[in-house]
Design a protein around this ligand. Sequence first.
Ligand code: 3HC
Length: 704
Amino acid sequence: MAQVHVNDRDGVRVLTLDNAPVNALSFAFSALLLSAVQAAESDASVKAVVITGANGIFSGGADVNDFSTEPTPETKTVRDVLLAIEASNKPYAVAIDGNALGGGLELSLTCDYRLATPKSKVGLPEIKLGLLPGAGGTQRLPRLIGAQAALEFMLKGSTHAAEKAKTLGVIDEVVDGDVVAAAVAFINEHPVKRRISAMKPWIAKGIPNNAAPFIVSQAHKMVPKEQSGGFAAHKLIDAVEAAVTLPFAFGIAREARLFEELVRSAPSAALRHIFFAERELSKVPGLAAAEPLEIKKAGVIGAGTMGSGIAITFAQAGIPSVVIDSNYDAVEKAKQTVFGMFMYQVQKGKLTQEQAWKLGQSITFTDDYSALDDVDVVIEAVFESMDVKKQVFAKLDELCKPSCLLASNTSTLDIDEMASVTKRPDKFLGLHFFVPANIMPLLEIVRGKDTSAQTLATAFKLGKALRKTSVLSANAFGFIGNRMVFDYAGAAGAMAEEGVSLARIDGVAKAFGFPMGPFAMGDLSGIDVAWHIGKARPDVVSARTDVINRLVEMKRLGQKTMAGYFKYDKAVGKGREPIPDPEVEALFAEAAAKAGVAKHEIDDAEILDRLILALVNRGAYLLEEGVALRAGDIDIVYVYGYGFPPHVGGPMWYADARGLKEVHARLSEFAKKYGKQWEPAPLLTELARTGKTFALYTKELAHA
Ligand code: 3HC
């Protein structure tokens, strides 16, 4: 039960926040804390107050769930607590042991002194939720560490370890051992108020305060535009401007107004959805009781780009690995690539020479399969061919110890068919990393028909150790992400045949917020990859088959050959900037003539709808078929794997927010104009008819 524990030590009142799991400062908990503060105020025997946290954390901040409920006049918020502390004449200190984030750090900033253990971390991550620090953070931090440093601190929203926070000036003392005892002693030695609100705002050392307008305008220029994910950032900068130009009380009022505006904004609702969807991912029915296995060492089969990237990921997580390839030259090349990558990080100052050496030493490169005898998991990343993969797995099944998990990194192929050549289908699964594996945060965990709960629980634990965002998918062609991207790329290809330039289609996707358009993405992943998929499943790439075949014939395989849908030139954007090529537009025109597709005008709104609604419609199928467990899982796949703008919340959230009736009508219109592949999925039709949303459907499914 949530409570604020009260203890008196040497005339100091110690208040311990205890609201598991993260001591969130919810409306209800703020009311409890406010009472405890008021009680300390009215008790004459209390000379000073120390606030600390239970549950291994100080506080994760305000309760994000509260932002979706309307406060009543009786509601108490963290701001009421801070007002009471601000008004007090008794000195306050905080004893931080664990995270102090958001409202939790703002509570600390309202107190006079801040002590923390070395393992503690502090931060104001509100920006990641599309918010700004709304409990005085934007007004106190600029006074404490200067507006320039405060802007960087809040706009990045990163957390900082205690020592770094002390260097920044956010923490006063870093204390080994009993931080509460240290805080009690500290406040007895410094029984004086030191309100940050009474400090003069300043910009940065050596910069006069009259430079404020320049600093503010520079900050506005450095963040994304309001409609492109920068909505909260601009408001945050406005709040900091208020801190350096207005008296404290006015600045606080301004901050509160801006905060309320953001809480009600669509981008913040979308980002909060992403926050909770991410935390739902590992909640898979039937997994809670499963005991995950220990992964102490891993094997990676295939020394190509993917295999090397996976080995780097393991090394960075402190898990030694063996990379095996029967081609000795490939092994040597991978070794050089991996060491080169670590040395590059040394050059950039991200690793010391010694760290790079250790990371390099944790990976063994060999062509000898017997090196796999003690590994706990093997990830196969060989050529995308079922026959080749089956041969590899039959061999692995013979060589690896019985408890070892066998995983394929395939992006489309049938996990069960591969598992069938082993005697351990319960220990078989898909672990689909995205290129480059050491950078991309997404991991699709693919469950075969016999994959055990323990294997899945181990995969989720491994994903966490590798610092990946893991999403469960059933075993279906292309799993979640690639299955959807085929429809997305198909919609783009169809529009190119109808006469829209590739650059314009990509431009519309980028304006929506994708880092690149569908054709540039095709060039990045490789035209040959699409060609292979088209051979296995012609239906999924139908609109582009002819063009893809021609591009492969012309050896235009994408960025890697400096030509694909676009041209590339080393002198333009380091060879990564797509350059439109009339030759490819002509290929689409030829394909259109052959298929009898007429050229016609299409406006930008339709281009966007055909791209995004293709994703939504396929998402509805995947949800209904149980390939994805929740609408939020699909959104996470798209945000973390394909660059869908997080402030729009993912395709399913976007559809819900737009209204499924309207989405249904638009898909039906496309079906009439462009064919039955656009017919709305049965689930979408049903939800539109009953006025429901994907989110509601997911919730009802979980309860059922
Ligand atoms: N509000 C509500 N629930 C929260 C929460 C918060 N601020 N922070 C965490 N939780 C919940 C999670 O949803 C999860 O719930 P579940 O068990 O039902 O799924 C549970 O707490 C544990 O969270 P994690 O799984 O993330 O646990 P970790 O130990 O991995 O991480 C954490 C803990 C670092 C605190 C991480 O949860 C986190 O970063 N939380 C968000 C911090 C944040 O953004 N704070 C700002 C809030 S807004 C604010 O303070 C506004 C103020 O300026 C007025």
